[in-house]
Structure formats: structure tokens, C-alpha cells
Design a protein. Structure first.
Length: 129
């Protein structure tokens, strides 16, 4: 009987060892997976802020480029507006000068005509010579 118990104990012992080896293999697989996950998470935690910052910087650069693109035509339009206002001012000044010149010219013409008439009354033959 003792041999029988020993054989049974040996079988139980082998069964327990087999189960323990399976459990150890499962445990090692779980540990390996957890370590891989930890490495992946650490890498993600190290790279993620840079990716977010890079993305933010890229967005800011894109917005700045868009703003620069829009500033060009806006500046041109503003300059054209300023030039247009300046041109209108110069134009109105020139029109004023032209009108003043015409009125002076008309006044001079009238004075010349009156002078000629006045002078012709004194010497009518000298006007056309």
C-alpha cells in the first residue's frame, strides 16, 4: 500500500508540477505582455506631447502663412485706398487750380478786351496794325 501511495503521490506531484509549469508559462506570457505594454505606453507618453506640440506648431505656421497671404492683398488694397484718396485730393486741388486759372484767364481776357476797346476809342487805327 505504501508503494501505491507513493505512486499516487508521485503522479499528483507530477500533475502539480505540470500545472505549475503551465501557470508559470502563462504568468511569464502575461509579464512579457505587460512589459511590452509598459514600453509602448512609456514611448507614447514621451512622443505624444511632441506630436501634439508639433501639430500645434504646424497649425500655427499654417495660420501664419494664411495670414501672410491675406495681408499682402489687404496691404495692397489699403495702399490703393490711400493712393486713391491722395489721387482724389490732388485731382480736386488740380481742378481747383484749373478753375482759378480759367477765371483769371477770363478776367485777363475781359481786361484785354476792355483795354482794347478803351484804347480803340482813342486810336482806332492802331488796334489792328
Amino acid at each position: 500500500m505504501e508503494i501505491k501511495f507513493r505512486k499516487e503521490a508521485e503522479k499528483n506531484k507530477q500533475g502539480l508540477r505540470a500545472r505549475m509549469e503551465l501557470f508559470e508559462d502563462d504568468l511569464q506570457d502575461s509579464m512579457r505582455k505587460l512589459q511590452e505594454e509598459q514600453v509602448r505606453l512609456v514611448e507614447t507618453s514621451r512622443t505624444r506631447p511632441y506630436l501634439v506640440r508639433d501639430g500645434d506648431i504646424q497649425d500655427l505656421c499654417k495660420f501664419n502663412q494664411d495670414a501672410d497671404i491675406l495681408r499682402g492683398p489687404l496691404g495692397e488694397l489699403t495702399n490703393q485706398g490711400v493712393q486713391s484718396i491722395a489721387e482724389k485730393k490732388v485731382l480736386s486741388e488740380m481742378q481747383g487750380k484749373i478753375e482759378q486759372g480759367q477765371s483769371k484767364s477770363n478776367a485777363n481776357t475781359i481786361q484785354v478786351i476792355f483795354g482794347m476797346l478803351f484804347y480803340s476809342e482813342r486810336n482806332p487805327t492802331e488796334i489792328f496794325t
